[in-house]
Write a protein that binds this ligand. Structure first.
Ligand SMILES: *Cc1c(COP(=O)(O)O)cnc(C)c1O
Length: 451
């Protein structure tokens, strides 16, 4: 079955990242400069990102070689295991075969290190000594802190204030890896001071924290900004997940009918999905590829596909994406990593092209699926990842009704060891279901940039 091969070397770690853009009929729309509304050139992105990553952002090459030093570090936890969830299948009483790729086995506990390591590496090659970033739930902050410590770089993390106090141990982990962690909004940036002047008790949002981190990078020559989700180069780095999964499924003589992943900014999903999208396009495979989002933050199922800013202070280039509007303020659901207003332009584009599907799920179903999975498979899933689990439960139930022995593959993007407060809330029956109201979406749409 040579057709399904990506280039994995003997150690079973991919040698290249896979760029789906090379296999699409229509190229994804480019980012636009927020002032001129012309396609943003490399020089527009250069204050924030190294050229190595900017080139990847707009690349149309199919395979982009992974630098040796990055593969050496990947080797600490890659390839990640592909596991068949036999006990969970039994608990669900489904004839479906359920497999998952376990990214929670990485050092920082999620898929995010697949991108933080190459991002730090490309910056270091171009003489950058310090990276700034934002973090919501803390996973990306942990991942970037770890990567910076590997390469002897400084790391400054703006952590959404509500998470800073709710998830103190994520903060501790970042400090352990040597990072400086500041609750956002803060008085260390113009963007933060502006928000605080309007609302001194602001709990913060990812959009605000991005504005703060971007501002620091834009003002300092030795400093760049790193984003843990959304952008094409981040999706690209995550494709190690799907490439490994294709090979691992092949080793057990199987191929998925469904590929499922949760979406916040879309990168762990893109990472497992894009290699399978490529197989569908190139070899006429019929795998259904499903992105799962919270009903409280439904950018794909309820948002519009339009150019929007990536942040609240409107400093980023305009990205064409499924969005709820850059001024979206999410409800305090227990999946901090999925509370972002936008969606990866690449994931949005393949969704718009009809190459993938999307579903929204409610919080209590998410935790219900997580608990049944944990009790069967003895792994505590992250609340974010558990959105994928909730959709798998739906698919498993459909198979039960129809008697179809479908093969389902999902990405378990991270473990939930730092999310015990959320699990306590669920087990105490205190979680509320919440769907983002239609009127609020309409209101935000009025503030979209006019293109
Ligand atoms: C950050 C995070 C997500 C959401 O980000 P994506 O870019 O959509 O992958 C999902 N799961 C986990 C465990 C995360 O840390």
């Amino acid at each position: 079955m040579a057709q399904t091969k990506y280039l994995l070397s003997e150690d079973r770690i991919p040698t290249s990242w896979y760029n789906v853009a090379a296999d699409l009929q229509t190229p994804p729309p480019p980012p636009l400069h927020p002032g001129t509304l012309q396609p943003a050139g490399p020089e527009d992105l250069a204050p924030l990102f190294p050229m190595g990553l900017i080139a990847q952002e707009v690349s149309t090459e199919r395979l982009i070689e992974i630098p040796d030093e990055v593969r050496e570090i990947y080797r600490l936890w890659r390839p990640t295991p592909l596991i068949r969830a036999r006990r969970w299948e039994k608990a669900l009483g489904t004839p479906a075969k359920i497999y998952f790729k376990y990214e929670g086995s990485s050092p920082a506990g999620s898929h995010k290190v697949n991108s933080s390591v190459p991002q730090a590496w490309y910056n270091k090659q171009e003489g950058i000594t310090k990276l700034t970033t934002e973090t919501g739930a803390g996973q990306w902050g942990s991942a970037l802190s770890m990567a910076c410590s590997m390469f002897g770089m400084e790391c400054l993390v703006y952590m959404v204030k509500v998470s800073y106090f709710q998830k103190p141990y994520r903060r501790s982990m970042m400090r352990l890896f040597g990072a400086n962690v500041i609750p956002s909004p803060s008085d260390t940036t113009d963007a933060g001071r502006h928000i605080l002047s309007q609302d001194p008790d602001s709990p913060g949002t990812l959009g605000i924290a991005i504005s703060e981190a971007v501002e620091v990078a834009a003002k300092n020559d030795d400093t760049h900004y790193a984003l843990g989700s959304v952008l094409n180069h981040v999706v690209l780095h995550q494709t190690v997940i799907g490439q490994e999964a294709i090979e691992q499924m092949e080793l057990v003589g199987s191929y998925p009918d469904y590929v499922v992943g949760c979406v916040g900014g879309g990168t762990n999903f893109g990472g497992i999905a894009m290699p399978f999208v490529g197989q569908n396009i190139k070899y006429g495979k019929k795998t259904r590829i499903i992105a799962v989002e919270p009903a409280a933050c439904p950018s794909m199922t309820k948002g519009v596909y339009a150019y929007d800013f990536g942040d609240t202070a409107k400093m980023t280039p305009l990205l064409k994406m499924h969005t709820l509007g850059h001024d979206f303020v999410p409800a305090g659901i227990h999946a901090g990593g999925l509370r972002y207003h936008g969606m990866s332009p690449l994931v949005s584009h393949v969704y718009d092209q009809g190459l993938i599907e999307a579903r929204a799920v409610m919080q209590n179903d998410v935790f219900g699926a997580a608990v049944s999975f944990a009790r069967a498979e003895a792994i505590v899933p992250a609340p974010e990842s558990s959105h994928a689990l909730a959709a798998v439960v739906e698919l498993a139930e459909e198979c039960k009704q129809s008697g179809d022995e479908k093969t389902i593959l999902f990405n378990l993007s991270g473990h939930g060891h730092f999310d015990m407060a959320a699990y306590d809330n669920y087990l105490d029956g205190k979680l509320e279901d919440y769907a983002y109201p239609e009127e609020k979406i309409k209101e935000s749409m009025k503030n979209l940039p006019k293109i």
